[in-house]
Design a protein around this ligand. Sequence first.
Ligand SMILES: [Zn+2]
Ligand SMILES: [Zn+2]
Length: 118
Amino acid sequence: MRRQTLAQLRSLGFRSYRAYLLSDLWKANKARLKLRKSCWVCRSRTDLHAHHASYLNIGREQPGDVVVLCKTCHRGTHNLAKHYRLPLETAHTSYKAYKAGTFVPTRKPVKKKRRKRM
Ligand SMILES: [Zn+2]
Ligand SMILES: [Zn+2]
């Protein structure tokens, strides 16, 4: 999370991103965006999460900033993004391609650092 995002949240009176996600404002924003009722990737209708593809308009999210993903696809999206250092904005698109077997990474996966022993 960018420092600016947190600053934006603080200016709205939230101590953390988590506090915002538990707030009535976030509930209202989700209602305003009329989010779909199925996972954007696999169309599942259970365990749905609202995933932030962009934090730029946090507190006043715009259409496209929030994508509905099921729990599994949400986790998968973040894991893939982390692993290949994908931009958050398109991580869910990459994950969909990954599920379809058409994902072509443009960056090498992050290697776990191995500690050298003296
Ligand atoms: Zn899904
Ligand atoms: Zn997410």
